[in-house]
Design a protein around this ligand. Structure first.
Ligand SMILES: Cc1ncc(COP(=O)(O)O)c(C=O)c1O
Length: 353
């Protein structure tokens, strides 16, 4: 093999496009591009991490007993109904590896979180996408029900959805669970803290239901990579077999426990974000900028043909927003943080548009 040649990967990997999130050089900017917490995690988390930073903790492979018990109590499930994961991304990966074979049908709304398609394609699944309903980009429940059937192996939904901010209510989720009774149905609740809608109470009634949560968004711990996947105990036991035994590092588990121990911090942050979201929407209306109503900590706006240019010019002023024009022409996605941050952004819109 000459140096220029590469070892031939599986066909499914050859068929995939690389995922290239714009994650370089973000430090020092106002980061309204990844739906992260814009002020930082609870001080209790930092204290717990400092206290855990000692030789013995770092020498040992992680032990998850305490984290599983405490987080199960926090989320209101049994310890055998929860799987700790390296972010939601690993939850999606484990679910796909657990249930989806090459050429199996996987149904996804479009546009949605990119990792559903990414992991489904990595196993060579037949991905079928259902467009959000124009003109308001509402969740396409009826359209998804129409294409879902006994041959469907997985359905993955973000509720609320990224990047549209639209959601589906529990009645809709139940209809999907019934229509896709042979499929693993993932309800990704990465933005639950902002929407308040959760499918967790349905867990005991639907053996095909999987719910994920993350500490990356409202809790401000994206760097540590920790989330949870919930399902009935038998499913979780199967998925544990499909997961690497130490994929969640010990410090991430410490941080998640501390974050769950300070719910008031996140409650206050969420209240601030929801108030700032109203402020942002009012400002957008005053400026005549079209936006899509959101149940999450971000708002999708439509600024027309100058969207990509505006995104670059905001970057020049130290403010990062996410360009979604490749999937929704004219659209940018703005993370909502504090009122002060929203005012800075609105000031720039006024100046640049
Ligand atoms: C819907 C949705 N799910 C999951 C994630 C990623 O979560 P995590 O950091 O837990 O992997 C994102 C991040 O943007 C998201 O928008």
């Amino acid at each position: 093999m000459s140096p220029a040649e590469i070892l031939r990967p599986r066909q499914a990997i050859r068929d995939m496009l690389p995922y290239r999130p714009p994650t370089a050089g973000r430090d020092g900017s106002l980061r309204l591009d990844f739906n992260e917490n814009t002020v930082g995690c609870s001080p209790c988390v930092l204290d717990a991490l400092r206290a855990a930073l000692d030789g013995p903790t770092l020498t040992m492979y992680p032990e998850y007993g305490k984290a599983i018990r405490e987080l199960a109590r926090f989320f209101g499930v049994l310890p055998d109904e929860i799987l700790l994961t390296n972010g939601t991304d690993e939850a999606i990966q484990v679910l796909v590896h657990g249930y989806v074979e090459a050429r199996d049908e996987v149904i996804l709304p479009r546009p949605s979180y990119a990792m559903y398609r990414f992991y489904a394609e990595s196993v060579g699944a037949a991905v079928r996408e259902v467009d959000h309903r124009p003109p308001d980009l509402a969740f396409p429940l009826e359209e998804m029900l129409r294409v879902t059937g006994n041959s469907t192996r997985a359905v993955m939904i973000a509720n609320p959805n990224n990047p549209t901010g639209a959601g589906v209510d529990l009645d809709g989720i139940e209809r999907l669970l019934q229509a896709a009774s042979q499929a693993a149905v993932l309800i990704d609740e990465a933005y639950f803290e902002f929407s308040g809608v959760t499918a967790l109470p349905l867990l005991s009634r639907y053996p095909n239901l999987f719910v994920s949560r993350t500490f990356s968004k409202a809790y401000g711990l994206a760097a540590l990579r920790i989330g949870c996947l919930f399902s009935q105990a038998g499913n979780i036991a199967c998925l544990r077999k499909a997961q690497s035994p130490y994929s969640v590092n010990a410090l991430a588990a410490v941080a998640a426990r501390a974050a769950a121990g300070d719910p008031g911090y996140v409650r206050r942050y969420v209240e601030d974000v929801i108030a700032a979201r109203k402020l942002l929407c009012r400002g957008l209306r005053n400026l005549g900028i079209r936006y899509y109503p959101s149940r999450a900590n971000f708002v999708l706006i439509d600024v027309g043909p100058r969207a990509a240019e505006l995104c670059c010019r905001l970057k020049g002023h130290g403010v990062l927003v996410r360009d979604r024009t490749h999937e929704l022409p004219g659209c940018l996605r703005i993370t909502v943080g504090t009122a002060e941050q929203v005012e800075r952004l609105l000031g720039l819109f006024e100046e640049l548009l």
